[in-house]
Design a protein around this ligand. Sequence first.
Ligand SMILES: [Zn+2]
Length: 148
Amino acid sequence: MNCPYCGKNQSQVLDKRAVKSTGEIRRRRKCLKCTRRYTTYERLGDLEFYVIKRDGSRQPFDISKLRSGVVKALEKRPAFSRIEEIVSKIEKKLKSKDKKEVESKVIGQTVLTELKKIDSVAYLRFVSVYRQFKDPGDFSKELEQFKV
Ligand SMILES: [Zn+2]
């Protein structure tokens, strides 16, 4: 981001916050050359944060992996046609955290939160994979919260 006054591309970030409605990051900057202040709005690219896996390894965030998880959960469900909407909502939520690293469990939780709102069957499918259920009792515990 070049300074709009002198063109220098080195600045100090004074303040940053996520603009939730657009998924952008607003940064208040001070130019290191002319010291004038300006504001930038940046959209994070797909590779701008890393996922920390359960084993501690890091991987660049991959939207296609997220999408395939959601696709599996929503297969043959009425909400299947809304996949792109759901995936982009999850993506925006993750990016609005404005972090360089996000734990895979945080991503899982974000997906679960969104699926729970739209389809309880899709939610249960995803949760069974995500939590790697070891016995059927776990599954019925999850089911109980949907009983009316
Ligand atoms: Zn400047």
